[in-house]
Write a protein that binds this ligand. Structure first.
Ligand code: ATP
Length: 440
């Protein structure tokens, strides 16, 4: 990936030329408002980094030397959009058309009450604000006021590190102050193909060898892990985490085995197949990778992972269902004998979509034949079997003289099987079958 900077460190005109018109208009409007309110406004961090790397990024972070919240409110009024304010952090968010998200913050210096705590925020200058950031490549800023508009401010050598494709912390306590940076370092290295600068790598390994990460809350740790799993080439990310001994923070028995590596590699092509085949069934992609990562763990170890990472119920339930039902589904579907539709329906109905993808990925290692069959069966399940239901309902069973109870579920299940297997095709045939099952 090349860093292409147009016009030396003056980005004014190139800035306008390199971003879509609605973004450059927005930046100009923010600059004009800053002049009007007599504050200094800068766009900083990931947007500037990506601008220099030629990557599209519509997440804009503005830092205001002055009252950031008042600035955000005024900008929201000018643009006619809602402003979400977070008083405690001195930040505000504006959601704009065309997928643009604008974060506004008051320039601040921060101190940490203790490592891993959320920082105590004090108003400050842009320079102080940049000093509290994670890596040099994220410290670049561009002023938006008329004076200085578009000039690249590089107070920490971020440009040099972008050009040298290097991840570098700003000071030796960085990982101790905030251990989420251990994961962020790997994430950026992975995304951009950058290497860690030698001292940064040493500090990272030192911090990884301590228990600092244990002090991160479940949601914060989960957020970092899931962001890592959302990057490309997850298999490589997991290898890196293994090398740095970071997998133990997910579970002490988690290892980057060859089996895990192979399974993770098989997931991407299956997801591509799925998206093409079922575009209206979006997947929780990072969750599929998590399921793949913990595939070799026992059910109780998987429960420990769900607890440590404080997964919300919806995701936790998906992981549990997959853990409980995927092994037998794979056995059933990969058995030599050919299955009736009901034999395909039952194991697949127990799995969420993410589990179906993992199932197909796992079948890749068995044989080409099995893999093709499993994919065909998943397709048949999603396009056809899933929609087939019996015509009779619980009320019909009551009319037939059956007492409501657990038997209903069983009978309706048998009716569905019969429908799937085309053993019955009318209501009358279903009634006859119920009478035979219930010996009426
Ligand atoms: P991405 O492209 O993944 O969104 P980003 O650089 O925009 O990357 P964000 O998490 O959106 O990352 O954070 C915005 C900016 O805030 C970063 O560029 C960085 O300067 C700063 N930042 C975020 N998290 C931290 C952290 N844990 N420690 C220090 N600075 C951080």
């Amino acid at each position: 990936m090349d860093v292409t900077i147009l016009g030396g460190t003056k980005l004014g005109e190139p800035l306008k030329a390199r971003v879509p018109e609605h973004v450059s208009n927005l930046l100009c409007q923010a600059g004009a408002l800053a002049d009007q309110l007599s504050v200094r406004a800068f766009v900083v961090g990931g947007f500037v980094r990506d601008l220099l790397l030629g990557i599209e990024n519509f997440d804009l972070d503005l830092v205001i030397e002055g009252d950031g919240i008042a600035f955000a409110r005024a900008l929201g009024r000018n643009l006619g959009v809602h402003v979400q304010v977070y008083d405690r952090f001195g930040t505000a968010v504006l959601m704009l058309p065309h997928r643009v998200k604008l974060d506004v913050a008051t320039a601040r210096g921060e101190s940490y009450a203790h490592p891993t705590a959320l920082p105590v925020v004090k108003p400050g200058s842009l320079e102080k604000d940049l000093f509290r950031r994670d890596f040099t490549i994220n410290t670049l800023a561009i002023p938006l006021n008329r004076t200085g508009f578009g000039e690249l401010l590089d107070v920490r050598g971020g440009l040099r590190d972008l050009q040298r494709k290097t991840i570098r912390v700003l000071h030796d306590r960085s990982f101790v102050d905030d251990p989420t940076r251990l994961f962020r370092a790997i994430r950026f290295a992975q995304r951009f193909g950058f290497r860690m600068e030698a001292n940064t790598l040493r500090l990272l390994k030192e911090a990884a060898a301590t228990d600092l990460v244990h002090r991160l809350s479940g949601p914060r740790l989960r957020n970092e892990i899931m962001l890592l799993l959302a990057e490309k080439d997850v298999s490589r990310t997991i290898q890196r985490m293994g090398t740095m001994d970071l997998l133990r923070f997910i579970h002490p028995r988690l290892r980057p085995t060859l089996q895990v590596e192979i399974l993770l590699k098989h997931i991407a092509p299956i997801m591509a197949w799925w998206t093409k085949r079922f575009p209206d069934r979006p997947l929780d992609r990072p969750l599929i990778y998590l399921m793949g990562l913990i595939d070799g763990l026992t059910l109780s170890a998987a429960e420990a992972v769900l607890k440590r990472l404080a997964f919300p119920n919806r995701q936790a339930d998906k992981v549990r269902h997959v853990k409980q039902s995927l092994p037998s589904a794979l056995r059933t579907l990969s058995a030599r004998r050919s299955l009736k539709p009901s034999g395909v329906y039952r194991p697949l109905a127990a799995l969420p979509d993410e589990g179906l993808v993992l199932l197909a990925a796992k079948s890749t290692s068995l044989s080409d034949n099995v893999h093709a069959t499993v994919k065909r069966e998943i397709s048949a399940y999603l396009t056809t079997y899933r929609h087939i239901t019996p015509s009779l309902t619980g009320d019909d069973l009551t009319d037939l003289g059956l007492k409501p109870g657990p038997l209903y579920k069983k009978i309706l299940g048998r009716l569905r099987d019969a429908r799937l297997n085309e053993e019955v095709s009318t209501k009358a045939e279903e009634r006859a079958l119920v009478k035979r099952i219930a010996k009426l």
